[in-house]
Design a protein around this ligand. Sequence first.
Ligand code: GLN
Length: 447
Amino acid sequence: AHLAQIAAAESQVAAFLTVTAERALAAAGQIDARRAAGDPLPPLAGVPMGVKDNLCTEGVATTCASKMLETFVPPYTATAVERAEEAGAVSLGKLNMDEFAMGSSTENSHFQITRNPRDLSRVPGGSSGGAAAAVAAGECAFALGSDTGGSIRQPAAFCGVVGMKPTYGAVSRYGLVAFASSLDQVGPLTRTVRDNALVLNALAGKDSRDATSLDRDWGDFTAQLDGGVKGMRIALPREYFDRGLAPEIAAAIRGAADTFARLGAQVEEVSLPTLEYALPAYYVISSAEASSNLARFDGVKYGYRSPHYSDLDSLYKNTRTEGFGREVKRRILLGSFVLSSGYYDAYYKKAQQVRTLVKGDFDRILRDFDCILSPVAPTTAYKIGEKAADPLQMYLGDVYTVPVNIAGVPALALPCGADSQGLPIGMQLIGRPFGEGDLYRAGQAFE
Ligand code: GLN
């Protein structure tokens, strides 16, 4: 049924870069055989998933939506994908994204523009725009995305689906093509909160191949789902409602706060003064890490190699000039600049100090509160092309999501209404480290 929906919707939505129908049917057939034999089935048996194209899949192209990796077929599979498959999920293919996950609209893909299924003239958000669009269009039951500064939550909000950025270290990054290693996390995009908890059950856990993955017992994220929010303490940071937030979104978030209060939660306004510094710190830190991570794409080891070269230097230079898109080059330049001697102290070191302050703000608030309620993005989905020529405008859209990655805490994005044009509005619940269960419980109570 999902393959049929892909066939019907893709000419409009264009969420997939690769559809692996044959593999999917073979995998589904195996699950059917297990069922017929009376074997016990795993929790996601036969559930169709889509995978963002920066998660490696053995034998299936993994392009990061870049010309640089257009022909790259990995010899191994990312742990997150492997775990979902071990839990029975069936991959239908690979999903479009901003090149190397840099962007907020999926317009930075080298290959195609993905359209928002809720309004085809608008962007699906990004960088996991293909993932959110595919789930919203019913092309897969869930998708795996990655979130470095909002790339799961913001497209989820734009497309009206549910997205979780887990605690840093909850899900293995092995096989996720690195953007900014200290911020990147893999997480699920789903139609409902319950689905999200079910998928994260399969993903979370220690992986010996990712030293930053955490060794802890995550339990069952669905266990507390129906516990309600009675007595839960929810913080509403006043700075999140300052300048730039669309009034309809502010109203929807305040409406959600009222709903939580009605359901028995204690909602209080708080101050998160470092909010305005988080965005510049994010763009310094993430670009610095990206400039280092993307040094490996040199035309020697992987992917694209320019045919125009006369020596090793011109091989590197022309490969990178031709293989990377504009936004990726912008980040590499910015990252190399802030790391260079003479500027390091003023930018990179300063950004790391800001990171500590932001983390301190969250620690302080989350000592007294179970979670923080905020908008996901300052606007709903905008028109294709509207912001594509103005990178700074695009970066400003990340103001509410990046502090969460800077602090390493989990955050759940879920729909909380629609604007006057009928476009989905998303809200964000930010939790304590390892507080995913609380976020799901609150999300479920609201949903
Ligand atoms: N939009 C942000 C950026 O461009 C976040 C991207 C992400 O989370 N991968 O960096």
